[in-house]
Design a protein around this ligand. Structure first.
Ligand code: SAM
Length: 239
């Protein structure tokens, strides 16, 4: 049984989009995961298939109706139990641990908002998890759904070439990854750090660890604080 990505959207043509190429695209063709993008308008009301209405309390823009969204969610979850996620700037920030959690399950249903967003009651009634991909506002949830799906699909068994790719990269241990270098050994007067040419695997691992810690401490104090509070054996705590 392949991992199921189900998307509820007003723009089903946007899927699989970039996920139809490269590693994710090959995995899609190989049946490691499957994708269904459902048009929310199929559940719209009346001759115009209306999915939105004006906000109670006034204000600009339109809001997606709870009854329409509820029918759409019911249609895709009636026979299969999948977590339902609404992409929204009001949600908790998406993290690698979320991608790992969803990738370990049977799949996911993603609700993509448009306009001002969706009526709060359907999120409560359906216990929909709300996730944001960052502190900025997109015009719709579709690019956010693609981001979340990419993060999940690459973790599915058989998608990435080497299992080490996922265990060593940024966030796998709460730190940013170390910097990478390839040939030529010197480029535009910039040599590769000599340790990487030494062949001493333990020294290289130690250097990379220090680079990871430095990058995390300098660029992402929030991650560094979480990392040091989790670990009691971090040398930097003694500085
Ligand atoms: N009025 C909303 C607000 O201020 O929070 C923004 C609505 S936005 C124009 C339309 C849709 O784009 C949202 O319903 C959501 O699905 C999606 N969206 C926008 N920014 C997002 C983000 N940072 N993360 C996830 N989804 C986002």
């Amino acid at each position: 049984m392949s991992w199921q990505a189900v998307v509820l959207t007003l723009f089903p043509d946007m899927f699989p989009g970039p996920l139809g190429s490269s590693l994710a695209g090959r995995a899609l063709k190989d049946g490691i995961w499957s994708m269904q993008a459902h048009d929310l308008r199929e559940h719209g009301l009346g001759r115009h298939r209306t999915v939105d209405d004006t906000p109670f309390g006034g204000g600009a823009g339109m809001v997606m109706r709870p009854d329409v969204l509820d029918t759409a969610i019911e249609a895709v979850t009636a026979e299969v139990v999948l977590p339902v996620v609404y992409l929204t700037p009001r949600g908790r920030r998406l993290e690698q641990s979320d991608a790992r959690r969803f990738a370990a399950g049977p799949g996911i249903v993603l609700l993509c908002g448009r306009y001002e967003g969706v009526d709060e009651r359907v999120l409560e009634a359906r216990q929909v998890e709300q996730l944001s991909i960052g502190d900025y506002v997109l015009s719709g949830g579709e690019p956010a759904a693609l981001v979340l799906l990419d993060a999940c699909v690459r973790l599915l068994p058989g998608v990435m070439g080497s299992d080490d790719s996922a265990t060593e990269e940024s966030f796998s241990d709460g730190l940013l990854e170390y910097p990478h270098y390839t040939k030529p050994a010197e480029w535009q007067g910039r040599p590769v750090p000599p340790i990487l040419l030494s062949g001493h695997h333990a020294s290289i691992a130690a250097w990379r660890r220090t680079q990871s810690e430095d990058a995390t401490r300098n660029r992402r104090p929030d991650l560094w604080a979480a990392h040091t509070s989790r670990s009691s054996s971090i040398p930097f705590q003694q500085q």
